[in-house]
Design a protein around this ligand. Structure first.
Ligand code: FES
Ligand SMILES: [Fe+2]
Length: 348
């Protein structure tokens, strides 16, 4: 466990205005999201050279593509001419070029501008000055992460605490079996904080509570990873007793068969999108019992997060107290948000 995990943190919650203020969100967009790794997808999303996938990460349109040599690359999905999109659909396969949908500029898969279609003579126009804006990529156990800025630390180092817990668990045969999205009317932090504690499980999730030994529920913070240990009552349980989370917004929910990556993406200050990516052995359909439990827990979490948001917006509550037994990860999260927003942030 890192020294950071042992630091005393404020027992007082962050102020309610952090969860309602559009200016706060504008600050977090660069200070938190551009400066840290975002989950972009899985290697199986790009099965062949030329396969691409477009996404929007906390307001940043991004496209990832497998180049003709088989390497994964990513770019801002923004043409250098007049900011058109290279692709607007979610996914597809190209023939070795990305073509802007606005006026047809054509880019090689390393980002270089190959053709400015029918541009006309311009002596001072050098296509080498108009390559796509690159996005950093890292792959860990088949998961693809993207970072807009240079400041994001090494992914292997960041995920070491989870890697140590997973040990020899073999993820190599996993493929995307299902994608689902849910939209919530709440600030992204309201949802993340709910994810970071198991204190609410007995009250909000009766079905899940019956599956686990709630008295043994434990949350630990190790570096910028949070581990939830919730031992299942029986070997037939859907969950495997471990949930992990990586700062700032990536959940890793381990099932007895496969896992589900949960990305908690802000869509402005008042809405949050949950993207669920289920990874199953060879991409087989997700078992019904797993989906049913996942849907039930999600509906319950959405219900409570939206009620909490309503109360944060009402202006009566300003701050509260965090449980030293159950809410250590909420305290850590609030501290990281605060420190990101007060220190100089990398530009996207
Ligand atoms: S904006 Fe892309 S070609 Fe014009
Ligand atoms: Fe929950």
């Amino acid at each position: 466990m890192s020294a950071d995990s042992l630091k005393p943190r404020s027992p007082v919650t962050a102020p309610a205005r952090w969860y309602s203020d559009p200016e706060r969100w504008a600050l977090e967009k660069t200070a938190v999201f551009a400066g840290n790794w975002q989950f972009l997808g899985h290697e199986s999303d790009l099965p062949v050279p030329g396969a691409w996938r477009a996404d929007v990460l906390a307001g940043y349109p991004v496209i990832m593509v497998r180049d003709m040599a088989g390497d994964i690359r990513a770019f801002h999905n923004v043409c250098r001419h007049r900011a058109g999109p290279l692709n607007v659909e979610e996914t597809g396969v190209c023939d070795g070029h990305l073509i802007c949908r606005y006026h047809g500029w054509k880019y090689a898969l390393d980002g270089r501008l190959r053709l400015a279609r029918d541009f006309g003579p311009a002596a001072d126009f050098d296509p080498r000055d108009f390559s796509l804006f690159p996005v950093r990529i890292a792959v860990w156990r088949g998961l693809i992460f993207a970072a807009m800025g240079e400041g994001a630390p090494d992914v292997d180092g960041l995920l070491k605490p989870l890697d140590a817990r997973l040990g020899n668990a073999d993820w190599s045969g996993l493929k995307v079996g299902l994608r689902r999205a849910h939209t919530l009317n709440c600030n992204w932090k309201t949802y993340v904080e709910n994810y970071l504690e198991g204190y609410h499980v007995p009250d909000v999730h009766p079905g899940l509570n019956a599956e686990i030994r709630a008295e043994n529920y434990r949350v630990t913070v190790d570096g910028h990873v949070v581990l939830h240990d919730a031992p299942p009552r029986s070997p037939d349980a859907v969950y495997d007793g471990l949930w992990a989370w990586l700062w700032p917004n990536i959940g890793v929910n381990i099932y007895s068969e496969g896992l589900m990556i949960e990305r908690m993406t802000p869509v402005g200050h008042a809405r949050t999108q949950l993207d669920y990516i289920y990874l199953t052995p060879n991409g087989v359909p997700v078992p019904e019992a797993t989906l049913a439990m996942s849907d039930q827990v999600t509906a319950e979490d959405i219900w409570i997060a939206e009620r909490v948001q309503q109360n944060l917006d009402a202006g009566i509550y300003q701050t509260g107290r965090l449980s030293p037994k159950h809410e250590v990860a909420v305290a850590a999260f609030q501290e990281w948000v605060a420190s990101s927003c007060t220190s100089p942030s990398p530009e996207a």
